[in-house]
Design a protein around this ligand. Structure first.
Ligand code: HEC
Length: 125
């Protein structure tokens, strides 16, 4: 009996550890991307360009560095590296991080949606 309880407790602890509540989910992030970003951005290196630069390889990339894309002066001079942390701030409120950007997007309020879309962006490489 005692050992059954111990086994149950261990299994329960394992379940808790195996599914951290706050883990970002790239698959869910792809849905967020489709809903909020694909109107303007593509996710592939090649392809018909959108209103915005491709987001293929964006994580770790220097801001304003997609060849041939005509950025605003604001984005061109932002001098950022798109790390997950910077993207988190940017996608909360783009105009606060890059004042004067021509990205007509208000931002993502929902913390989980933002974390998930950033997890998805990290898969684009
Ligand atoms: C209405 C169109 C539009 C939507 C929607 C949009 N973007 Fe953008 N995005 C742009 C434009 C245009 C730029 C270039 C801005 C500039 O030059 O000031 C841009 C720039 C960016 C950049 C900077 C890229 C670089 O190379 O410096 C990132 C990152 C980005 N967008 C991510 C996103 C994500 C993620 C979403 C969805 C959550 C999104 N955008 C939704 C139009 C959009």
């Amino acid at each position: 009996m005692k050992s059954t309880l111990a086994a149950l407790a261990a299994a329960f602890a394992f379940l808790l550890l195996a599914q951290p509540a706050a883990a970002a989910d790239a698959a869910a992030g792809e849905q967020v991307f489709r809903r909020l970003c694909t109107a303007c951005h593509i996710a592939t290196a090649e392809g018909r360009r959108g209103v915005g630069p491709t987001l293929f390889g964006v994580v770790g990339r220097k801001s304003g560095s997609v060849d041939g894309f005509r950025y605003s002066t604001a984005n061109q001079n932002a001098n950022l590296v798109w790390t997950p942390e910077v993207l988190d701030k940017y996608l909360t409120n783009p105009r606060e991080v890059v004042p004067g950007t021509t990205m007509a997007f208000a931002g993502i309020r929902n913390d989980a949606d933002r974390a998930n879309v950033i997890a998805y962006l990290q898969t684009l490489k």
